[in-house]
Design a protein around this ligand. Structure first.
Ligand code: C2E
Ligand code: SIN
Ligand code: SIN
Ligand code: SIN
Ligand code: FE
Ligand code: FE
Length: 410
């Protein structure tokens, strides 16, 4: 067992570590893992406040995890609970107080809250001791709740949470709250960037952006499962890819209206300018603070590369737009990236983007029949597109059609 000073040092280090994680889902995972380790808790959950409710946002459960076949993940559904004094998490969110409960099935008489046995019944788990803390920002606003379940003693028997651990874990919860608040703000800013790009190019509506993002995620998952990528890695990447794919054309905000909104075919000079939207978009994410920035810059830069090497902008430095290799095309442009030189997210968004462009009406073209679109996609495997990813595309076609129905053009 750690002494007080060691515990304090550990908490300070945790605070520093958590402050460096930028993506919200990775952040919740790290917070819960470290908080559970610190008090030896078998399970735990994080709730994040959204509007006037608490969203059940992330959970871990060591006992249930061990019962799963190797590599399978704990399936849990997100649900919301009202912020009032009827539930344990609701009470903590409402009052900002910590609740340290020895046994949730034997609550003190007269308390307003009760334990919801539903979760235990569904999962066949037995919740007993529970430490529930508010996630409070430095302004004192509660932005969520951290719930730790079933503390274990040295012999792995369930025990109450130690009273003397409360202040330290509270300090940790405060640090975590600030990191969560920052990550939520980053996500909100990204969503505003997407809105702004839509306002600039009203023909390509939110529907196009949502379809390309959802198609990309489906194709990626089918492809990655076949490649043997772990479900955990896939789930992490899906979220990042969805946002990055939504921003694939964000560089178009820097293209002049005359070209962007031209209701006819672009001439060669105009198309050369249009091609700049790739590296102009990538520049917005050049300070690579997080995995998300990395993914977004890759997608913006590389969604018009082709598997056969005939795409654009090729081997350039996005900041200077200058070629970074000696290889040039006849016109003096940088050579296109080829095959696996193009990262997976670039290859997958290329498929989703072209598929959606062919199915849709544009200022310069009518929508194509589905049979023609599919023929074109098949035909271009190994030319425009990664052939393995085209397989994944065709294997996901039912879901892809369903997504198209969910996000129709107005
Ligand atoms: P977008 O409209 O989202 O199209 C994405 C990609 O789908 C295109 O990339 C191209 O690979 C494919 N695509 C779209 N329409 C057709 C088509 O009718 N036939 C074939 N075979 N492929 C098609 P690309 O060509 O690099 O164009 C990038 C972006 O430049 C387009 O995005 C669009 O915003 C703009 N653009 C391209 N050509 C024209 C044009 O003639 N007029 C106007 N106003 N914009 C154009
Ligand atoms: C931040 O949360 O400090 C921004 C970093 C990012 O782009 O995710
Ligand atoms: C962020 O960097 O916080 C937003 C990206 C994400 O969480 O998917
Ligand atoms: C567009 O589709 O051209 C604007 C929205 C975006 O993809 O950033
Ligand atoms: Fe594009
Ligand atoms: Fe597009």
């Amino acid at each position: 067992m750690l002494n007080e000073k060691q515990k304090l040092m550990q908490i300070i280090n945790l605070g520093l570590e958590v402050a460096q994680v930028k993506d919200i889902d990775l952040l919740l995972e790290r917070i819960l893992t470290e908080a559970r380790r610190f008090v030896n808790a078998d399970a735990g959950s994080i709730y994040i406040k959204e509007n006037d409710k608490l969203m059940f946002s992330y959970t871990q459960n060591e006992t249930l995890r061990q019962k799963l076949p190797a590599g399978r993940k704990l399936i849990y559904s997100t649900f919301s609970i009202p912020i009032n004094d009827k539930s344990i998490a609701g009470y903590v969110a409402l009052t900002g107080k910590t609740l340290n409960i020895e046994n949730v099935y034997k609550l003190t008489e007269g308390v307003s809250y009760s334990f919801d046995k539903h979760y235990d019944e569904v999962s066949k788990y037995c919740t007993q001791s529970m430490l529930t803390l508010p996630l409070k920002t430095h302004r004192g606003d509660v932005i969520g709740v951290l719930q730790l379940i079933n503390a274990q003693d040295k012999n792995r028997n369930i025990a109450p949470f130690a009273k003397e651990d409360e202040p330290l874990i509270m300090h940790f919860a405060n640090n975590a709250a600030m990191a969560v608040e920052r990550a939520l703000m980053t996500r909100a800013i990204i969503l505003r960037m997407i809105k702004m790009a839509e306002l600039r190019d009203p023909k390509e509506t939110g529907a196009h952006v949502n379809r390309v993002a959802s198609y990309s995620v489906e194709i990626y998952e089918a492809w990655a499962l076949k490649k043997g990528v772990s479900q955990k890695e896939i789930d992490k990447n899906k979220d990042i890819l969805r946002m990055a794919a939504m921003l694939h054309d964000v560089g178009k905000v820097a293209i002049s209206d005359v070209i962007l909104k031209k209701p006819a075919k672009l001439d060669m000079d105009e198309f050369e300018i249009m091609k700049q939207h790739t590296y102009l978009g990538a520049r917005l994410f050049s300070d690579k603070y997080s995995e998300f920035d990395d993914a977004a810059s890759q997608v913006a830069l590389q969604h018009h590369e082709r598997w056969d090497g005939n795409g654009y902008p090729g081997h350039i430095d996005p900041m200077t737009a200058q070629p970074v290799s000696n290889c040039r095309t006849e016109k003096g442009a940088a050579c296109g990236k080829k095959g696996e030189e193009i990262p997976p997210f670039g290859r997958v968004v290329a498929i989703a983007d072209v598929y959606d462009a062919l199915c849709s009406r544009r200022a310069y073209k009518e929508p194509w029949d589905e049979s023609m679109v599919l023929e074109n996609m098949r035909e271009d495997a190994g030319k425009h597109f990664d052939p393995d990813m085209i397989e994944a595309f065709f294997s996901s076609l039912d879901v892809i059609r369903n997504i198209a129905e969910r996000y129709p053009d107005k």
